[in-house]
Design a protein around this ligand. Structure first.
Ligand code: MG
Length: 161
């Protein structure tokens, strides 16, 4: 068996009047991430982590934001497609771990719902899905309310052929 690890990162600007969607869960907030799709940073970082573990490029290569098909796309569908690509390439998902950095809203009360949605879409157990929330103590774009960032890692196992 061969183990693989992948890393992903994403960031989006936060603006008024956009829904705050994180890991497929809409969280009450005055501001939400701006983007071509629903700008779900967590789904995007996890997608890149999974693709990265299989050396399959990145989300932008498979779902370019210049393509009208992905305008306002549900990023959880894109994440599901990335997990499927990994399976087709002969990999099985082990676990994922992510950190979301944002000053507001407070994410802690929503993290279990987010984990549940991710486990469903990735088709792994919820105890293989970790999502943590951090602030950056007022520093930088994640600290002054300008933006939100997510970091993720995924481990995969290559199926014996
Ligand atoms: Mg993104």
């Amino acid at each position: 068996m061969s183990f693989r690890a992948g890393h992903g990162f994403d960031a989006h600007r936060l603006v008024a009047g956009r829904p705050f969607v994180l890991g497929g869960v809409t969280i009450p907030s005055e501001r939400g991430p701006l983007g071509h799709s629903d700008a779900d940073v967590l789904a995007h970082a996890l997608s890149d982590a999974i693709l990265g573990a299989c050396a399959l490029g990145d989300l932008g290569r498979h779902f370019p934001d210049t393509d009208a098909r992905w305008k306002d796309a549900d990023s959880m569908r894109l994440l599901e497609a990335c997990a499927e690509m990994a399976r087709r390439a002969g990999y099985e998902l082990g676990n994922v771990d992510a950190t979301v950095v944002v000053e507001a809203p407070r994410l802690a009360p929503h993290l279990d719902a987010v984990r549940g949605r991710l486990a469903e879409v990735l088709r792994i157990e919820i105890d293989a899905v970790s999502v943590k929330a951090k602030t950056s103590e007022g520093m930088g774009y994640t600290g002054d309310g300008t933006g939100i960032a997510a970091y993720a890692v995924a481990t995969l196992v290559r199926n014996p052929t």
